[in-house]
Design a protein around this ligand. Structure first.
Ligand code: FE2
Ligand code: FE2
Length: 147
């Protein structure tokens, strides 16, 4: 059976997103390390690990469905000039991911691919967790500025 073309597109876009997030977060982890913030660098490295697991899970699913991995073009890395800008940039990336996984999940429901839908839903929930964390960091940052 030939894999569904649109599903193939969603999986490819999702994998590109995860690899882009890995590249961006890893670069940021190294950058804040250079700024002397070792603890924050470690925290961002944990995010990299989580995005890596997403990429692995998507690749496994693509292999099962016979879809070649095709993330050939990654968007440019955006690091931000300071920590607050970094969180804002990453917040937007996580929002984009949530929209993508939401749309992909709805499509899977339409074609009755429950297994891939479950995967998209699980990753989406984790991206929502990332978004929540970033929003928490941003509000702490803002409060710190007001104090
Ligand atoms: Fe992710
Ligand atoms: Fe994420």
């Amino acid at each position: 059976m030939q894999p569904d073309l649109r599903l193939r597109g969603y999986l490819g876009r999702a994998l590109s997103h995860e690899l882009a997030a890995i590249q961006q977060y890893l670069m940021q982890a190294k950058l804040v390390g250079l700024w002397g913030m070792a603890e924050m660098s470690e925290r961002i490295c944990k995010d990299v690990q989580e995005e890596l697991i997403h990429a692995e899970r998507l690749m496994e699913r693509m292999l099962v469905l016979g879809i070649p991995s095709n993330a050939t073009l990654l968007p440019p890395v955006r690091t931000g000039r300071n920590v607050e800008e970094m969180w804002q940039i990453n917040r937007l990336l996580e929002i984009e991911a949530i929209h993508l996984y939401e749309e992909a999940s709805q499509y899977c429901a339409r074609i009755r691919d429950t297994e891939t839908q479950l995967l998209f839903d699980e990753i989406m929930r984790e991206e929502m967790g990332h978004l929540g964390e970033l929003e928490g960091l941003l509000s702490t940052q803002r409060k710190g500025r007001k104090a």
